[in-house]
Design a protein around this ligand. Structure first.
Ligand SMILES: Cc1cc2nc3c(=O)[nH]c(=O)nc-3n(C[C@H](O)[C@H](O)[C@H](O)COP(=O)(O)OP(=O)(O)OC[C@H]3O[C@@H](n4cnc5c(N)ncnc54)[C@H](O)[C@@H]3O)c2cc1C
Length: 271
């Protein structure tokens, strides 16, 4: 739908906006289960058990081992320091809490890069180490509407649209799929995420998309079906119509490196 700026009559404006919104969000709005405010943030912080974090943080489903604190951290309801102190005071200094603090440090790092580079974060920070062979294209409508037929991608996007949250590992899958399999410019994917994420943050979002794409890392991030199955159990592949043929992720990393980038896995990884 084209943006109209010529409407001066209030009734016409209201009708136009209603139509535009109906096109964007079909069905009744679903309230996110994530509650705002300091009290909700502290409740969430105290409920988080970090004891299994290092081993299980990548499990997309069942997702019990990440904190879901990012919306509160993003909007300054919780500081990184108080989150760190709370976790260490309750669980001590262990490999799990160390890993958790490491992730907090990633957020701090992206913020420092943003403070240093400003709006340059919306440009490639470095040349891509490898460019995907897929012809460049815009974000396809079936991705935007979460109807690719790939359950792992569609349900991750649906979760984003209905709750404003997506697990980190699922963000990596969706970002890699869009860039490396479909040939979408990272900025388009980042914009889609930013529009829906309750933790949507210019630095964490843009720089993470660039990390996946290899314009801010030494290699593109790729994944395969085995990885999806390992970190989601039965949640996705067992219900995916493409699982018995046609899954674009169903291959070895070596083959995917050739298929997607035309190089060996060793070359892709810069070895
Ligand atoms: C493509 C892509 C886009 C992303 N966009 C955003 C974004 O817009 N806003 C955002 O806050 N994070 C973003 N991230 C980082 C990460 O996915 C989220 O911070 C994390 O999923 C939030 O969930 P959590 O609070 O349960 O994380 P936990 O695993 O419980 O981590 C605790 C906190 O550490 C920080 N953190 C964890 N992982 C990362 C990471 N990889 N990079 C930076 N900080 C991290 C977050 O503040 C998080 O709340 C993105 C990652 C990817 C791959």
């Amino acid at each position: 739908m084209q943006l109209r700026t010529d409407l001066t009559n209030r009734a016409e404006q209201a009708a136009y906006l209603a139509e535009a919104l109906a096109g964007l969000y079909s069905g009744p709005p679903t309230p996110s289960p994530i509650r705002g405010g300091r009290r909700a943030a502290l409740r969430r912080l105290r409920a988080f058990d970090a004891r299994n974090y290092a081993r299980a943080r990548n499990d997309v489903a069942p997702r019990r081992n990440v904190s879901a604190l990012s919306p509160y951290i993003r909007h300054g309801v919780l500081t990184l320091a108080e989150v760190r102190d709370s976790i260490i005071s309750r669980f001590g200094l262990t490999p799990d809490t160390e890993k958790f603090v490491n992730e907090l440090a990633w957020r701090a790092f992206w913020q420092l890069v943003y403070a240093h580079l400003g709006d340059q974060i919306y440009q490639d920070i470095e040349p891509a180490k490898r460019r995907a062979r897929a012809p460049r294209r815009s974000l396809p409508p079936e991705v935007v509407s979460a109807q690719t037929g790939l359950v792992c991608i569609d349900e991750s996007l649906q979760e984003l649209y209905t709750t404003g949250y997506m697990h980190n590992h699922a963000r990596m899958w969706v970002a890699a799929y869009a860039q490396h399999w479909l040939g979408v410019d990272w900025r388009e994917g980042a914009e889609l995420f930013y529009r829906h994420l309750l933790d949507g943050d210019p630095a964490s979002n843009s720089l993470s998309w660039q990390w996946v794409g290899s314009t801010f890392s030494h290699k593109p991030y790729i994944f395969n079906r085995q990885n999806v199955e390992r970190f989601s159990g039965d949640a996705f592949c067992s219900r995916c119509a493409l699982a018995s043929g046609g899954c674009p992720f169903d291959d070895s990393y070596e083959n995917l490196a050739w298929r997607l980038f035309g190089v060996s896995l060793a070359e892709l990884e810069g070895r």
